[in-house]
Design a protein around this ligand. Sequence first.
Ligand SMILES: Nc1ncnc2c1ncn2[C@@H]1O[C@H](COP(=O)(O)OP(=O)(O)OP(=O)(O)O)[C@@H](O)[C@H]1O
Length: 269
Amino acid sequence: MDNYSLDDIYIKPLDSKEHELALSTEDLKVYYGDKEAIHDVSLPFERYKITALIGASGSGKSTYLRSLNRMNDLIPGARVDGKIMYRDLNINSAKVDVYEMRKHIGMVFQQPNPFAKSIYDNITFAPRQFGEKNKEKLDEMVEQTLKQAALWDQVKDKLHTSALALSGGQQQRLCIARAIALQPDILLMDEPASALDPISTSKVEDTLMQLKDQYTIIIVTHNMQQAARISDYTAFFYSGKALEFDDTKTIFTSPRIKATNDYVSGHFG
Ligand SMILES: Nc1ncnc2c1ncn2[C@@H]1O[C@H](COP(=O)(O)OP(=O)(O)OP(=O)(O)O)[C@@H](O)[C@H]1O
């Protein structure tokens, strides 16, 4: 692999008059102990758009994504510096109620991880924890979120059976339904389809395209065709830095940075 300069950076500015931002980071750094794994990443995320984070293994995509709803707080020795701006609030601040913030910025992980509970209880667990007790509302929420996740038709007659009996692709769509039950603004997804077969992957992709009307999605993916198919914007990570951010089409057809060009044309990864 070539050694690329970490100073050649192009981040397309998104003018806030034309592009409503759901989230942005300013000079975000993430440390594991003494090691700086993410170096000054400043990126904008437009509302109701899908932004893909791409880059080779170890380039920092997951570390960066996890910092966006403070999941790195759970890793011993991890520390995050810099700003994460959400609705004029820097959520990387000790004053922020992280539990409450995660209602607005939800996450779906690589491996489907439903609770060992029924399909119904998977979706209603967190809303009940947050105080929703009304059965009609919970029923409606289950139906609506499963429809949004394109799973309703397959499970409507077995809502009270175990989620663990679903296929991997169905489990992942259930996890998406569970994440949207709290009506977040933003969904963070760490390779949500990488453990799935091509048919399930395509269903999850269809689901994401539909969710875009209501949610802002930030997705880590190794699958470049997937990034090209579903995302509006793409950020290319290299060695802990976001070297390039632009419209997805530009990143895949005429990137400005050599490292991006080499990566998307398959020279390394
Ligand atoms: N919990 C951790 N403790 C220490 N170092 C870590 C930890 N998690 C990640 N790292 C390091 O941080 C750097 C970025 O890793 P990260 O997993 O964010 O990259 P990635 O681009 O998401 O990789 P992949 O595509 O393989 O998931 C790597 O050098 C990795 O070894």
